[in-house]
Design a protein around this ligand. Structure first.
Ligand SMILES: Nc1ncnc2c1ncn2[C@@H]1O[C@H](COP(=O)(O)OP(=O)(O)OP(=O)(O)O)[C@@H](O)[C@H]1O
Length: 479
């Protein structure tokens, strides 16, 4: 997925700054801050903390960077994880925190505090992400939080960024595993001086066994899943690393099995883990639309279109083909909708996402390629046109992907809506299982009562206060 041939330019500091600006990092607007300061006072809230960044003993340049971003206080994961990650001797970390609660700034701050910038061309920290979009975004965060550090350099190790024969000559490298492996094998990337390895979306990157492996056994290489490929690349890659490296694994989800493997990948790690009841972000109102049948989903999506334009929204579908098909139909029917998936070239993908970040396009149809990590603060609605499923023949509901997808809205205290379409018994059962896993209830929307549907959705999108909106209804696993 992430490693198709592409002609993206090499990303250096300047371009990364552009990406950061586009990611709305600077855009913690006034109304959100008013609300944020209330949330951050509550120490039990995922965004709340008892300490300040100043008390965490960070280098001055890093503090200046956080200050420039108007990060007034650390979130809970930042407050808890930073002292552990910065303590000497360095110790590994496995940290779980809800989507949009500032995990990126937590590991980026650690990297910026540990790297020796008097050796700016020697790679010292490697940050891995599952998609080129997420790698570019993280690169932007490094460039922005690190903007006051003299000699800061951050390279992107994504397809097309480092030409054959070129070398990776920045202290911080952010990349996708396949490209990083290629660069190491071709001796373009000297990993001998690495002191930090960060893996974002670590559960996705380390996932092994289970249905993915069964698939590959049955169908061989043809059916080999992305997860399996990532896992192999990472395991092989880990054996090349210096033994003293500090490993930081971050994600909003850590299924037990993956967590167990993670503890062998990052031995003796400090572990920060969420309880099941803490997995969902309260600012996201989770709804579902009971569609009469599969064939009716498109028309219902078009009816929702007006509401989707209130902020920005992302529509998740199962395959690249259906993403393109739905986009073409919607455009034909007079709607302005973009599409992004792994079949596009890297440079096109970058341009499409940048357009969405800057608000040039407001409705984006995509696949799971953008399910994780993407941070666009204006996203107020996520639609699961196809409910996320996994395993051979899509036999199982995929709670982790559901959580990551809906987490593209409701970022850092903002409010948002997610609407999951169900159209038959299988999708109904899957949603019920997801609700059961997360111990939540979802609000039912009816395609027969558009006035009420509009009212329910608009109430949340237009609301400026973050609050829980779980209302008991027919589908649910909560109390
Ligand atoms: N301490 C802070 N104060 C204010 N805003 C913050 C703070 N930390 C992070 N943010 C902002 O919160 C948003 C979400 O952060 P981030 O993308 O790191 O979330 P995440 O936990 O990595 O989410 P995901 O699980 O989706 O990857 C970003 O726009 C970031 O700039």
């Amino acid at each position: 997925m992430a490693d198709q041939a592409a002609q993206a330019p090499a990303d250096t500091g300047a371009e990364a700054n552009g990406a950061a600006a586009a990611s709305n990092l600077q855009e913690n607007s006034y109304d959100v801050e008013v609300q944020l300061s209330d949330l951050q006072k509550d120490e039990a809230h995922p965004l709340g903390s008892a300490t300040t960044f100043q008390e965490l003993g960070l280098p001055n340049e890093v503090l200046e960077g956080l200050n420039a971003l108007k990060f007034l206080k650390p979130s809970k994961v930042q407050e808890k994880a930073l002292p552990l990650m910065l303590a000497d001797p360095p110790r590994n970390m496995i940290a779980q925190s809800q989507s949009g609660t500032g995990k990126t700034a937590a590991f980026v701050t650690t990297v910026l505090s540990r790297v020796d910038f008097s050796q700016p061309t020697k790679p010292q920290a490697l940050l891995l992400a599952p998609s080129r979009e997420l790698a570019r975004q993280i690169q932007g965060v490094v460039a922005t939080i690190g903007q006051f550090i003299p000699n800061l350099g951050v390279a992107a190790a994504i397809p097309g960024a480092i030409p054959r024969g070129g070398s990776v000559d920045k202290a911080i490298v952010v990349g996708t595993p396949g490209t990083v492996m290629d660069l190491i094998r071709r001796h373009q990337f000297d990993v001998s001086g690495l002191r930090l390895l960060v893996i974002d979306e670590a559960d996705n990157m380390l996932e092994q066994g289970g249905l993915g492996d069964q698939c590959s056994r049955v169908k061989g290489l043809v059916f080999e899943t992305l997860h399996t490929r990532l896992h192999r690349a990472l395991t092989c890659f880990a054996s090349l690393l210096p033994p003293t490296i500090q490993i930081l694994l971050f994600s909003a989800t850590f299924p037990e099995k993956v967590l167990k493997y993670a503890t062998t990948f990052a031995p003796s790690a400090n572990i920060i883990k969420l309880k099941v009841q803490e997995l969902t972000v309260k600012g996201i109102s989770q709804m579902y639309m009971d569609c009469p049948g599969e064939a009716d989903k498109y028309e219902i999506l078009c009816k929702l279109y007006g509401l989707m334009n209130i902020g920005s929204s992302i529509i998740f579908v199962k395959t690249r083909e259906s993403a393109s098909r739905i986009q073409q139909s919607m455009v034909r029917d007079g709607h302005k909708v973009s599409v992004l998936h792994g079949a596009y070239e890297g440079s096109e993908r970058d341009a499409l996402l940048d357009e969405f970040r800057t608000g040039k396009s407001k409705v984006l149809i995509t696949t799971n390629v953008l399910a994780r990590g993407i941070d666009v603060s204006t996203v107020s609605m996520v639609i699961n046109y196809d409910i996320p499923m996994k395993g051979m023949g899509d036999a199982m509901h995929d709670t982790e992907t559901y959580l990551h997808r809906i987490g593209r809205t409701g970022r850092f205290g903002r409010v948002g809506v997610s609407i999951t379409f169900i159209s038959d018994k299988k999708s109904f059962n899957a949603l019920q299982a997801i609700a059961g896993d997360l111990q939540i209830d979802l609000v039912a929307l009816s395609p027969d009562d558009w006035d009420e549907t509009e009212k329910q959705v608009q109430r949340v999108i237009k609301s400026s206060r973050a609050q829980a909106n779980f209302v008991p209804s027919a589908v649910g696993g909560g109390q």
